[in-house]
Design a protein around this ligand. Structure first.
Ligand code: NAP
Length: 282
């Protein structure tokens, strides 16, 4: 058996073409250019690269971006004030606060200060609650992108056993809630989980969202499982061991080119949705 490749890069590209047409139509209809504000705090080079990739994606689909860079010494109060300013800026449809922020900042307080209608990265507690309840809300971008990818490839989820390894607020927890909303039977594993190999071995769908290079071993994966790897580490290594996976899994997300492009796509797609909803309201 050779695994089906869940090609996030190709899907994101084709969805960008649709987004580009929708943005053009919105502007032709007299709407304002949808705009994403990005906030980068500090000088972590990986974070700077991620933010730049998001800005580039905005450009590709004809959307605007507003890039805010703040020094590593920024306080919670200063960041809250900046977010508040963007909340009140009618030309901004979405706000992305790049994670992680420096240690002295209360990241949760800052995420939660983003206005719900501009929370296009799906990071607020309120947005998470609404999504978990099945109410309309912007989903956390990475799990939202993963769900779009799984649906695109008609991966069955209903009644399937999904095992999510990781329980972070922006990835593991919302991923589990989205799979539950899709009627999967969901197990969440974390650093205190006993017998991780056994838990993973029972999964029809495995999501690696753990942030440890190849922590999840290929030999743990059940034959025919669908394997989603959200991890990305230097050397194009994911959270799931690559060697040996091809012959066990029914489908896998490549690293890179799987989850990453779909995360950015979810973000810009939700920014357009925010702009369209803002127009309906005005
Ligand atoms: P995180 O906040 O560090 O969370 C990691 C989770 O993994 C935690 O819940 C932790 O458990 C769990 N964990 C750690 N060691 C474990 C172990 N030995 N066994 C089982 N579980 C363990 O990370 P994150 O932000 O969710 O990111 C996870 C991965 O996804 C990273 O590789 C990151 O780079 C990647 N990511 C990719 C994208 C993308 O766009 N492609 C976006 C976001 C993140 P505890 O809760 O018990 O500590």
């Amino acid at each position: 058996m050779s695994a089906l490749i869940l090609d996030g890069k190709a899907l994101a590209k084709s969805r960008e073409e649709q987004l580009h047409s929708s943005v053009e139509k919105l502007i032709a209809d007299g709407g304002r250019k949808p705009t994403l504000a990005t906030i980068l705090v500090g000088d972590d080079p990986a974070s700077a690269t991620y933010v730049q990739m998001k800005i580039n994606a905005c450009k590709r689909v004809g959307m605007g971006s507003l890039s805010i860079e703040m020094p590593a010494s920024t306080t919670t109060e200063q960041l809250l004030a900046e977010i508040n300013r963007l909340n009140n800026d009618a030309s901004v449809n979405g706000i992305l606060l790049q994670h992680p922020v420096p240690d002295q900042i209360d990241e949760r307080a800052c995420f939660d200060s983003i206005a719900i209608e501009k929370d296009v990265d799906g990071v607020t507690t309120q947005g998470f609650g609404r999504m978990a309840m099945g109410e309309p809300a912007f989903g956390s971008a990475t799990p939202a992108g993963i769900m779009t990818l799984l649906r695109h490839y008609d991966i069955p989820m209903e009644g399937k056993h999904a095992v999510v390894v990781g329980r972070s607020p922006i990835l593991g927890k919302p991923m589990a809630a989205m799979l539950l909303n899709a009627n999967a039977t969901v197990t969440i594993c974390h650093s205190r989980t006993e017998d991780l190999a056994e838990q993973v071995g029972r999964a029809d769908i495995v999501v690696g969202a753990v942030g440890r290079p190849e922590l999840i071993k290929a030999e743990w994966i059940k034959d025919g499982a669908v394997v989603v790897d959200a991890g990305y580490h230097p050397g194009a290594i994911g959270d799931i061991e690559k060697t040996g996976l091809e012959n066990r899994a029914a489908a896998i997300t490549p690293v890179p080119g799987g989850v990453g492009p779909m995360t950015i796509n979810a973000l810009i797609s939700q920014t357009l949705d925010s702009a369209l909803k803002g127009r309906e309201r005005s």
